[in-house]
Structure formats: structure tokens, C-alpha cells
Design a protein around this ligand. Structure first.
Ligand code: CTP
Length: 410
């Protein structure tokens, strides 16, 4: 069947397990559906199936090595990583998952998995004890957190004669999941999120900042992506890696964050302000390093623009207006101050957190009190990634049902 350009271009990675033979059927299914398919095999995979089999099924040369000068002179590994609209590894062995979790690039497949920006799905296949091993489970959790989609495994009879979870999904089920992903509650929505601190320069080497790690904003970006949204993350200086599959704009100051947000705004359905934006910046930023010539030094500070309040004010005229979500960081009177901010800034929802005694900011877990005009919901203390998913679910629930923002440019 001819390639249908409306169908995704799929890179199928095959790693070394007995289920590699089922990957042949997967390639056939994807080709039958009109997809262009290219296959990359690990060395282990070639012990089970020959590259020639996949070449015949995909109608394309099969790549096996990273250092193959001849193959690299055609479509090199970076071009191959860019070519794919989707990447699926089937079967994904415990070893492949471990190498991927550690960011190794010791063969062509793991290198491609690092280089691609396309969504990645894994169809694990292994002995059930290997699947249940804490090391594999930790790799599973880590990869999932980074946005890798897991297709399976199934429980049932295994090639080794044992029973349990670890069996690869049937090829038709994998193909169906790749071609018909279930729409999440934010499918078709565009979500803009601010995250992290801002740094306001005092001189070329010093700045005013805060303890925000950006963890909550990053977790929200991953959760919104998993809920099917197209996500843009505008983040300040952070040490954590932003999630894959999310557009990101790195900024340093409150002013730069403001500009980036305004540029994105016309296309946005939901705006979540999770950044700990500096409220004040030095009145002047010195171009030369300040010398310690005085016993005391006073820095005049000026207010920065409140990005969220500004967005709320601008979008009053926009129809439909994005759904506006703010955070309130408080050290006391949580409900009262947060409700005040909800009303003063004209928000649809506010997530209040207690930042007293070193809580919330820069920590791995948090609790939130979410308020809207006629209701509230408490989200119990938990790791920020699950908390973020709960908040995204609440936002999806509260979001008025409507067509995605019509002012969006496709
Ligand atoms: N915010 C913003 N731009 C700013 C300051 C805050 O977008 N310059 C957003 C934050 O991202 C958060 C919300 O406003 O979503 C509230 O931030 P918070 O620091 O709790 O409150 P403030 O409005 O700054 O008020 P105050 O510091 O007086 O408590």
C-alpha cells in the first residue's frame, strides 16, 4: 500500500527479545494502515530476526549500527530521529529500558531515542520477574515521568513457560494504540505554563532570585501534555530538565517572561502561572561589577509587572478568554489571601499553597487548596508529579466545554 501522508511516519526500534518476531507483524500492520515505517534493530534483535526480514516488510533499508559510514551517508542518525513522527520500541527489553533511563547512547537505537523530539512509546517484553524487579520498575517510573508512553505489558503465558506480566502486547493492539491514541481531557487545547524563579540582575555577576526549583510547573507541563494538550512552557533559570514533548522558552527576568507570555497568549486556551516571579527588581542594573567600597549598600527596587494580573486584564476583551489559573504562595491565612487574589486578579481558579517553614518551594512534594468563585477542593500532600496530575484533572473538569480557541494559527 502507498504511503498516506496524513499518517504518521513511524520509526520502529526492535531490541533483543524473543518477541522480536512479533515486531514483523507490527511493521506489516503499520504499513497496511498507510504509514511509512523505518526499522532500527539492536545487535541483540538480530539474533532473533534478520534485518532482511524487516527490510522486506518495511520496504526501507534497515539500520543496525551507529558507526556505519555508508548508512550514515544516506539518512544519518540525526536525520532519522527528525524524520519520525512517532517512535515505538517493540519489544522493549529490560536492558533497553535501563539504557534509555540512564540516557545511554551506546548503539544506534538508544542514540535515536535521545536525539528524537517525537513522542516515544515502548512495548515492554520480558520475563515477569525481570519486569517486577525494582530496578525495572524504577526505570519504568522514570521513563513514564519523562513522557514515555507504555503500551503494555500484558499478563499471561510467557515464552519461558512461566506466567505473569511481561508479555508484549499483540502487534495489532500496539498499532491501534499508535494510530488512535485515546484523546485526553485536554486534547485539542493549548496550554501555556510559567515555571521556576526569575533572576533580576544587580550587576553582571549578581542577581535577586528565589528558591523556586520549577518542579511544580514542569510537572504541570508533563501532566497537561499527558492529558493531550499542546503545551508551551516559559521557564526561568532552572536546574531540572523540562519534560519532553513540550515547547519551551527559557527566560531569565520577569520582564522577559512577561514578553514571552504575551507573545504566546493569543493562541492559548489555558494559562497557568506557576512561576515564582520576582515582585521587585533592582531599579538599575549596573553594567560594571559593584565594588565593596561602602560599609552598607542600599539597593533601590522597583515593581515588576504582575504577569498573571496583566494577562487577566488583557484577556477581558478576548473571546473566548483563556482559562486563567494562578498560584498563591502564603505563609498564613491561606484561604482568605488566596480568595482575595482570585478575585483581585480575576482568575478562574487559584491553587494556594502554604510556603511557611520551608514547605512547598524547592521541595519534592506539596499540598494545594484550590479555590474558584463558588467552590473549593483540597489536594492532599503528595509528590508534585501526582499533585500536578490532580490539578490538571481539576482544570479539565472546570474548563468550560467549547471549541478550541479559534484565533489559533494552525
Ligand atoms: N505572578 C505573576 N507575575 C508576578 C508575580 C506573581 O504572574 N510578577 C503570579 C504567580 O505566578 C502566581 C500568582 O501571580 O500565579 C500569585 O503569586 P504570589 O507570589 O502568591 O502573589 P503576589 O500576587 O505576588 O502577591 P504577594 O506577593 O503580595 O502575596
Amino acid at each position: 500500500m502507498d504511503e498516506d501522508t496524513s499518517k504518521p511516519r513511524i520509526l520502529v526500534g526492535v531490541s533483543g527479545g524473543i518477541a522480536a518476531y512479533k515486531a514483523c507483524e507490527l511493521v506489516r500492520e503499520l504499513k497496511r494502515a498507510g504509514c511509512a515505517v523505518r526499522v532500527v534493530m539492536t545487535e541483540g534483535a538480530q539474533a532473533f530476526v534478520t534485518p532482511l526480514t524487516f527490510q522486506a516488510l518495511s520496504g526501507e533499508p534497515v539500520r543496525t549500527g551507529l558507526l556505519d559510514a555508508e548508512a550514515e551517508s544516506g539518512m544519518d542518525h540525526i536525520a532519522l530521529a527528525r524524520w519520525a513522527d512517532q517512535v515505538v520500541v517493540a519489544p522493549a527489553t529490560a536492558d533497553l529500558m535501563a539504557r534509555m533511563a540512564h540516557g545511554q547512547a551506546d548503539d544506534l537505537l538508544t542514540t535515536l531515542l535521545l536525539a528524537t523530539e517525537a513522542p516515544v512509546a515502548l512495548a515492554p517484553a520480558m520475563n515477569h520477574r525481570m519486569w517486577a524487579h525494582p530496578a525495572t520498575q524504577a526505570n519504568h517510573a522514570l521513563l513514564h515521568e519523562r513522557g514515555v508512553r507504555f503500551l503494555g505489558p500484558d499478563a499471561g503465558d510467557q515464552a519461558c513457560g512461566e506466567q505473569g506480566p511481561g508479555r508484549m502486547w499483540e502487534p495489532a493492539t500496539i498499532a491501534h494504540a499508535l494510530l488512535h491514541p485515546a484523546p485526553g481531557p485536554l486534547a485539542g487545547r493549548r496550554v501555556l505554563i510559567t515555571a521556576g524563579p526569575t533572576h533580576e540582575p544587580i550587576d553582571p555577576v549578581r542577581f535577586l532570585g528565589n528558591r523556586s526549583s520549577g518542579r511544580m510547573g514542569l510537572a504541570l507541563a508533563a501532566a497537561a501534555r499527558d492529558a493531550g494538550a499542546e503545551v508551551t512552557l516559559v521557564h526561568g533559570p532552572i536546574a531540572l530538565a523540562p519534560p519532553a514533548g513540550v515547547d519551551r522558552i527559557a527566560v531569565d527576568t520577569a520582564a522577559a517572561m512577561h514578553t514571552a507570555v504575551l507573545e504566546q497568549l493569543p493562541e492559548v486556551d489555558v494559562f497557568i502561572a506557576a512561576a515564582a516571579v520576582a515582585d521587585y527588581r533592582p531599579g538599575e542594573s549596573h553594567t560594571e561589577k559593584l565594588k565593596k567600597s561602602y560599609d552598607t549598600l542600599t539597593l533601590p527596587l522597583e515593581r515588576t509587572t504582575d504577569i498573571l494580573a496583566d494577562v487577566a486584564a488583557r484577556t477581558d476583551q478576548q473571546t473566548p478568554r483563556p482559562f486563567l489559573v494562578g498560584f498563591a504562595a502564603e505563609t498564613g491565612n491561606l484561604r482568605e489571601y488566596a480568595r482575595g487574589k482570585l478575585e483581585a486578579k480575576g482568575l478562574d481558579l487559584i491553587a494556594a499553597n502554604d510556603v511557611s517553614a520551608g514547605q512547598a518551594i524547592g521541595t519534592p512534594d506539596n499540598a494545594l487548596l484550590c479555590l474558584w468563585n463558588d467552590g473549593e477542593r483540597e489536594l492532599a500532600r503528595q509528590p508534585k508529579d501526582t499533585l500536578a496530575r490532580a490539578l490538571i484533572e481539576l482544570i479539565a473538569e472546570r474548563l468550560p466545554a467549547r471549541e478550541p480557541n479559534p484565533s489559533r494559527k494552525e
